[in-house]
Design a protein around this ligand. Structure first.
Ligand code: TXA
Ligand code: MG
Length: 341
């Protein structure tokens, strides 16, 4: 298949993409979090193409993206007041809310759950296309299943060129990590940590909890609330080892493990501590937003250098680092070294 690579200089991309969507095609579009692989959520044949292009397991449901709060009740029912509090505060933005689904949403999208995940993304490109095509867009991250999510146009081209109808270049995603997923079906619970932290939600939902599986290993037989969590995710091609600890301790541990093609993903201000030139930096420890923004490109960069093993120096799982830690334990298959301070 020939994939159209589109820029956003004029308005042409809006017509091209909405025509593709209306004809059951699939397009990759930027959002503020990561690029999404988008199809008409009300068209099963189009949604099937998403699962195929990504190689995504059928039991992992998709998020439905809309452009207006008024659309929520078209696709969800029994919407609690607490949901509207969150919409007012965080939409458009990196928040996905799980609600009871209406029948118009197919079981294919929800992987047979009776719930639907909804989000209004804060990016004008995808918003333009939702509005022009007049339908909600089902969109997972636009990577091959298991790979780091795409935060740059080149990442999407790498994974999807030749497999989908079009890719729109929206530059680097401003947030760089996926939305926070919160379920409001029973007591509010965060199923996937993201850019918005539990502390921020607590102002509106004092009882909100973080699902314990977010930071623990999952037993295969366990029934879990968010199917996405049980798969190897966000992973570079070579083994990844996460190292948590003070600067000098982390550096001397990693230095003792270096082999020829080992790459180190570390903080900006610590390169001098490492006995290798195979260094990729992803921001400073004090600035979690930059670390989140650069994480996936750092993992992909290590792949592009043909790293055979990757060590990443990462912060403890606290507050804003929850999302980072959650992605890293999945990317490393729980290979985390905690060094004593
Ligand atoms: O930022 C984002 O959320 C990006 C952009 C493109 O919007 N999308 C994204 O989609 O990350 P995806 O498919 O890569 O991740 C969706 C997550 C998965 O962990 C999935 O299991 C969970 O949301 N999910 C979707 N529907 C659900 C449902 N009904 N119940 C529980 N979890 C659900
Ligand atoms: Mg994903």
């Amino acid at each position: 298949m020939k994939t159209l690579l589109l820029d956003t200089k004029g308005d042409e991309y809006i017509n091209i993409c909405s025509d593709i969507i209306k004809k059951s095609g699939i397009v990759a579009l930027p959002t503020e979090t990561v690029y999404g692989l988008c199809a008409n959520a009300l068209d099963e044949s189009a949604v099937r193409k998403i699962f195929k292009a990504k190689g995504r397991p059928q039991d992992n449901p998709l998020i439905v993206h809309v452009s207006d709060i008024k659309d929520v009740e078209k696709y969800a029912k029994n919407v609690p007041d607490s949901a509207y509090l969150l919409f007012e505060k965080f939409w458009p933005g990196p928040l996905t809310v799980i609600l009871k689904k209406r029948n118009i949403i197919s079981n294919l999208i929800t992987a047979n759950h009776d719930t639907v995940a909804l989000r209004i993304p804060n990016n004008i490109i995808i918003q333009n296309i939702i509005k022009k095509s007049g339908v909600p867009l089902a969109a997972p991250s636009a990577n091959i299943s298991g790979r780091p999510s795409p935060t740059e146009f080149s990442h999407v081209v790498e994974d999807m060129n030749g497999k989908i109808d079009a890719i729109v270049d929206g530059g680097k995603c401003v947030i760089g990590v996926e939305s926070t997923v919160i379920s409001l079906i029973d007591e509010p619970i965060i199923l996937r940590p993201g850019f918005i932290t539990i502390e921020e939600f607590k102002k509106y939902l004092p009882t909100v909890k973080l699902y314990e599986r977010v930071s623990n290993e999952i037993n295969d037989k366990e029934k879990i609330l968010s199917p996405g969590m049980k798969y190897r995710h966000y992973a570079p091609k070579s083994p990844l080892i996460c190292v948590i600890g003070e600067y000098n301790k982390a550096a001397s541990y990693i230095n003792s493990k270096l082999e020829t093609n080992t790459f180190c993903i570390i903080f900006d201000n610590e390169s001098q501590l490492y006995k290798t030139k195979n260094i990729i930096t992803y921001g400073v420890k004090e600035d979690p937003n930059t670390l989140l923004k650069n994480l996936y490109s750092a993992l992909r960069k290590a792949d592009s250098y043909n790293a055979e093993k990757i060590y990443i120096h990462c912060p403890e799982m606290v507050n804003k680092f929850s999302a980072l830690y959650n992605r890293l334990i999945l990317a490393s298959s729980h290979n985390v070294i905690h060094l004593e301070n």
